[in-house]
Structures are given as structure tokens and as C-alpha cells.
Design a protein around this ligand. Structure first.
Ligand code: ADP
Ligand code: MG
Length: 252
């Protein structure tokens, strides 16, 4: 990680009708940094990520990538969005296209790159996530964990500067969660700038350079993972972490 601010939210507010979902978010993500965003369901984590890659327009404030404002729907939005990759819970692969074609479609069509060059990169990335053998298979022939790894490769093949992950393992069977998280750990080690929303607390602790705890539309707590998980400063963070711990009920 270096000191360069790559992605920045400044005074970010987002309202849906009368509901204020984000109420003034200031967040600098540095080059090579891994920021994990935690918070209760409905607190605005997805909305924050969606604003970050221009899928939602801020009501107030701004998002900047390398100092350049991202304006949802603006003239440069397509270009900007290519620089910020996003992976969701649902991988949305095209069912009638094989894995390789699913991955190469956007780089060829949107980025106008040569098919041969993109395929070469796609195969290299597929090897890295252990799925090269599946390059000619169709999505229905893959497990959920494999499809999610393909979705990550598809995003990476656009050569983004930043990757956003929104609960990418939430819909997976437990035994497939690990293989997806391992890919993300490897990306972090290679210095990719990442913003991750996850409910996997051990993973969050392992991968994060910094934890952001969101509640009530604001950043309630911001800390290094060790600090956040062993010694949260706010009651709201304590209550949130409590929902992930189990204790034997005392019988008397
Ligand atoms: P989280 O990802 O933390 O669970 P979300 O960002 O998905 O939370 O949602 C935060 C709040 O914003 C919720 O109350 C949700 O209903 C509302 N919301 C999200 N997207 C929209 C939308 N497009 N239109 C109206 N309300 C929305
Ligand atoms: Mg969400």
C-alpha cells in the first residue's frame, strides 16, 4: 500500500425518496489497500459500493477515482466503470455462452481489444483460479463457487484499478466459500486495491488493512482489523460483532 489516494468518497449522501441511506461518508482508499465494509443489513453497504462505481448517483458529495469525479450517467461513465470492477452475490453469467466467451465478451466489445489477446489473458487468469480446464464448459456445468470465481476473472479481465466485492460468497454453500475467498486473498497479496463487503468475519480480519463499520448512514467506527475485532470502541460495533458469536446457554 502507498499513500496515493485511489478511490475517494467525500461528503457522500444518498437518499431514496424520504429515506437517507448514506448521510455523509468520507472515505479514502489508498492504492493497494484492502478496505472491508461491515455493518448490519440495510445500513447502506451495497449503496456505497454502487455509488463508488457509478451505478448510483450521489444525492450530495462525490466519488473520485485518481482525483477524477465519477458521475453516474455522465459522458465518461463507461470508461470510468471499466476502471472499477465489481462482483456481486449473483454472478449473472450468460447461460448460452461458454466460460471463455463469458469472460472475453466485454473486453472485446467494450474495450475493443483483440480477441486473441483477451483470450490469452483470460486463460492465464482461469489458470490462476484453478479453472482453466473449464474454459469450454457452460455455466450450468459449474458449481456456485466455480461460477463466482469465473465472475471474478471476468471482472479482472477488464484490467480494473479497483475491485469492489459485494457479499460474493453470501449465496454459496459453505464448502465453496473458501475457494472464492482464497482467490480474493491472493488478489490482495498482489496489491490490488479492493473494497469488500462481507459477512465472513474471520476472512475480514485476515484480508483487511482497515475495517469500516457503517451504521445509520455514517461511518461509526474505522480501525485496523485486530483493533476492531478485539476491542471495538462503540456499543453499536460491539452489538454487531456479538451477532456472530455463539455461547452455550447457561442452565440453572
Ligand atoms: P446493505 O447492502 O447494507 O444491506 P443497501 O445499500 O442494499 O443495504 O440498502 C440500504 C437501504 O436503502 C435499504 O433500506 C434499502 O431498502 C434502500 N435501498 C437500496 N436501494 C434502493 C433503491 N434503488 N430504491 C429505494 N431504496 C433503496
Ligand atoms: Mg447489500
Amino acid at each position: 500500500m502507498d499513500e496515493t489516494i485511489q478511490l475517494q468518497a467525500a461528503g457522500l449522501k444518498k437518499k431514496f425518496g424520504a429515506e437517507t441511506v448514506l448521510n455523509g461518508i468520507d472515505l479514502d482508499v489508498h492504492k493497494g489497500e484492502v478496505v472491508v465494509v461491515l455493518g448490519p443489513s440495510g445500513c447502506g453497504k451495497s449503496t456505497l459500493l454502487r455509488c463508488m462505481n457509478g451505478l448510483e448517483a450521489p444525492t450530495e458529495g462525490s466519488i473520485r477515482l485518481d482525483g477524477e469525479t465519477i458521475t453516474s450517467g455522465g459522458r465518461n461513465i463507461t470508461k470510468q466503470r471499466q476502471r472499477i470492477g465489481m462482483v456481486f452475490q449473483s454472478y449473472d453469467l450468460f447461460p448460452h455462452k461458454n466460460i471463455l466467451d463469458n469472460i472475453t465478451l466485454a473486453p472485446v466489445k467494450v474495450q475493443k481489444r483483440s480477441k486473441a489477446e483477451v483470450e490469452q489473458q483470460a486463460e492465464k487468469l482461469l489458470k490462476r483460479v484453478g479453472l482453466w480446464e473449464k474454459r469450454k464448459a457452460y455455466p450450468r456445468e459449474l458449481s456456485g463457487g466455480q461460477k463466482q470465481r469465473v465472475a471474478i476473472v471476468r471482472a479482472l479481465c477488464m484490467n480494473p484499478e479497483v475491485m469492489l466485492f459485494d457479499e460474493v460468497t453470501a449465496a454459496l454453500d459453505p464448502e465453496m466459500v473458501r475457494e472464492v475467498l482464497d482467490v480474493m486473498l491472493e488478489l490482495a497479496q498482489q496489491g490490488l486495491t479492493m473494497v469488500i463487503v462481507t459477512h465472513e468475519m474471520q476472512f475480514a480480519r485476515a484480508i483487511a488493512d482497515r475495517i469500516i463499520f457503517l451504521d445509520g448512514g455514517v461511518i461509526v467506527e474505522e480501525a485496523e482489523p485486530e483493533q476492531f475485532f478485539t476491542n471495538p470502541q462503540t456499543q453499536r460495533a460491539k452489538d454487531f460483532l456479538q451477532t456472530f458469536t455463539y455461547e452455550k446457554r447457561k442452565t440453572s
